[in-house]
Design a protein around this ligand. Structure first.
Ligand code: NAD
Length: 295
């Protein structure tokens, strides 16, 4: 059992806390939103009144929206770096920009703490089921300490390299996911226009060279996979706004590194248009509706 402080109890953090408690850890939770905090208390967490109070445990986990929130929660007045006990293990599971991840990890080391960036893949369903994939950046020693904690929330826990490497992998994953989701959307749009039955197309392509997670696990064409958001009106699993946020992180990283990422830039433009048309809160697979001209 580890005493864990958990900050950020949203769509992902809430179920992650439930799984930590289910695995026997003692969780002290904090969120700016009182309703989220109350829900975590209902799941068996102890309520903290501030970031500092939540940061007093042996380990501190954060699951926050983006880089600015992570910077504020760690390095701000009364932040985690000031409040954590010496040698505490700090794990940020948010998806954030590389520069912030590296800067906060450096500040944590200077303050005497071990810190990991450990963004996740698997969405809200993975968070609920405890089957997330964690991609982790930081030292071997910190990774070894974190592994039993992360195993309570995930199935695949991978050490990707030094500080920032977890965010770097996550970014590359999001680049491929966005491009493949748009590709699948374009293919089903074309298939319909040339008179193909979408079900036939699925049967062929799900076993052919175009097979991808976007097709076989999350097909954006309605009526193919019962469990996919497309068959239920595109309620978010993973919102289009979050995909756009991630593509902006990709763009910043590619520019910073001098890497050519033209398709990612184009995917970002399409998600910008989809979100600007008022669909940011719907599932990211719903972009097929814009490709089809339905929205
Ligand atoms: P969310 O907006 O549902 O939750 C974020 C929570 O952080 C909110 O409850 C908010 O009140 C809280 N918060 C914000 N600032 C705070 C502060 N200063 N102190 C305390 N609490 C604060 O977001 P989410 O969907 O849970 O996503 C969290 C992170 O996980 C994001 O970086 C996202 O990109 C990433 N992610 C999300 C998914 C997904 O499917 N939702 C999948 C993979 C990764």
């Amino acid at each position: 059992m580890t005493e864990i402080g958990f900050i950020g109890l949203g769509n992902m953090g809430g179920p992650m806390v439930r799984n930590l408690i289910g695995a026997g850890h003692a969780v002290t939770a904090y969120d700016l939103a009182p309703g989220k905090l109350a829900a975590a208390v209902g799941d068996g967490a102890r309520a903290a009144a501030s970031v500092a109070e939540a940061a007093a445990g042996e380990a501190v986990i954060t699951m926050l929206p983006a880089g600015p929130e992570v910077r504020a929660v760690f390095t701000g007045d009364g932040g985690v770096l000031h409040a954590a006990r010496p040698g505490a293990l700090l794990i940020d599971c948010s998806t954030i920009d590389l520069d912030t991840a590296r800067a906060v990890a450096r500040a944590a080391a200077e303050a005497g703490h071990e810190m990991l960036d450990a963004p996740v893949s698997g969405g809200m369903a993975g968070a609920e089921a405890g089957t997330l994939t964690f991609m982790v950046g930081g030292t071997e020693a910190a990774f070894a300490r974190a592994r039993p904690i992360l195993e309570a929330m995930g199935r695949t826990i991978i050490h990707a390299g030094a500080a920032g490497a977890g965010q770097a992998v996550k970014m590359c994953n999001q680049l491929m996911l966005a491009v493949s989701m748009i590709g699948v959307g374009e293919a089903f749009t074309l298939a319909r226009k040339v008179g193909l039955d979408p079900a036939v197309m699925y049967d062929v392509c799900s076993t052919a060279t175009s097979r991808s997670w976007a097709l076989t696990d999350y097909c954006p064409e309605p009526g193919i996979l019962e469990t996919a958001p497309s068959s239920r009106g595109y309620p978010a699993g993973f919102t289009a706004a979050m995909m756009l946020k991630d593509l902006r992180l990709v763009r910043a990283a590619a520019e910073g590194a001098g890497a050519d990422a033209e398709l990612a830039a184009h995917a970002a433009q399409l998600y910008e248009r989809y979100c600007a048309a008022g669909h940011g809160a719907s599932d990211f697979s719903g972009i097929i509706r814009m490709i089809k001209g339905e929205v």
